[in-house]
Design a protein around this ligand. Structure first.
Ligand code: 13P
Length: 339
């Protein structure tokens, strides 16, 4: 079991490839569709996602895996082919969002805890049958006055570890995603301290639940200035602080770290990843698991209209290629302008 999990985890961070996070929940995809004036119907969601997954060249060259929402893993393309099959035919691995969302944490105002452990063993058995070979669980840590609390970090770390152990039991690689949000006026030092405390607590919990690290992928935030901070750290500083933080906290047995984009601009998400890979030679692969930073451009180009599909696929292919290069430390601004 361990060897198979490690094999899948390594394939998820193959050279020059990363993960497409297309697992927006019903509420989130509605927000995305609202932004382009499209209605969030089951058919529209299928058409949009099918368009991405049928960007065959980009998928084959730069995408190692796709995270799906429950609906999408069960959905067929217009011609009746399961969407998971279309993904697998490009060589990418289908994955599944396994959590049930972040809910208010009782007695901790302003903080969240992720739910979804009840019945998870049975759901994992079904997801495996449907073709999922990895999963994701997102925990949310908020920075603010006097938060995060110890209770919030510990509750989320414990849930992540319980989820990861259940995933591995089902032969599914867990993506462990503790996201320290970038919202707020805090500086990069505060983000570093909170990310460090969070990752220490998460790896402690994973150890307690006997999770085999070789068969996991970490999906963290980068260490950044808060989005409303007056002084924004530059690309090199973000790369340095992020790698410094992870060297302290993430064991070398973890095969790969696939960042979330978390609200960074498309180009910043790419630039930060490329700088880390160009400047450092860390013990884990550093790649991407972007939602917005891969999809914002194609979503806009698509605009909910079938006649824009080719333009949307071109926009997706471009961002996928830029991030594939960044995963090798080979991206530069000139490549954006050339396109
Ligand atoms: P973003 O890259 O848009 O943050 O989404 C990634 C993701 O899957 C968040 O859970």
């Amino acid at each position: 079991m361990t060897a198979e999990l490690a094999r899948i985890a390594e394939a998820m961070v193959a050279d020059g490839k990363g993960i497409l996070a297309a697992d927006e929940s019903s509420g989130t995809i509605k927000k995305r569709f609202d932004s382009i004036g499209a209605e969030s119907t089951e058919d529209n969601r299928r058409d949009y996602r099918e368009m991405l997954f049928r960007s065959t060249e980009a998928m084959k060259s730069y995408i190692s895996g796709v995270i799906l929402f429950d609906e999408t893993l069960r959905q067929n393309a217009k011609d009746g082919t399961p969407l998971a099959r279309i993904i697998a035919d490009t060589g990418a691995i289908p994955g599944i969002k396994a959590d049930a969302g972040a809910k208010d944490l009782a007695s901790c105002p302003g903080e969240k805890v992720t739910e979804g452990l009840d019945g998870l063993r049975e759901r994992f058995a079904e997801y495996y049958e449907l073709g999922a070979r990895f999963a994701k669980w997102r925990a949310v840590i908020t920075i603010g006055d006097h938060i995060p609390s110890r209770g919030c970090i510990e509750a989320n770390a414990h849930a992540l570890a319980r989820y990861a152990a259940l995933a591995q039991e089902a032969n599914i690689v867990p993506i462990v995603e503790p996201e320290v949000l970038m919202d707020g006026p805090h500086d990069i030092e505060r983000c570093f301290a909170v990310t460090e405390a969070t990752l220490n607590t998460v790896y402690d919990a994973l150890f307690a639940q006997r999770v085999v690290l070789e068969g996991t992928i970490l999906k963290p935030n980068m260490v950044l200035s808060g989005s409303e901070c007056q002084t924004q750290a530059g690309v090199e500083q973000v790369a340095e602080e992020t790698v410094r933080c992870f060297k302290r906290t993430v064991p070398a047995a973890v095969p790969g770290i696939c960042f979330l984009s978390g609200g960074q601009s498309d180009e910043n998400a790419t630039a930060h990843l490329s700088a880390m890979n160009a400047m450092f030679d860390p013990p884990w692969k550093l790649s991407f698991s972007y939602g917005r930073a891969l999809q914002a451009a194609p979503l806009k180009a698509w605009g909910g209209k079938a006649e824009n599909e080719a333009a949307a696929q071109a926009a997706f292919a471009h961002r996928a290629r830029m991030n594939g290069l960044a995963a090798m430390g080979q991206w530069n601004t000139g490549l954006e302008k050339a396109a």
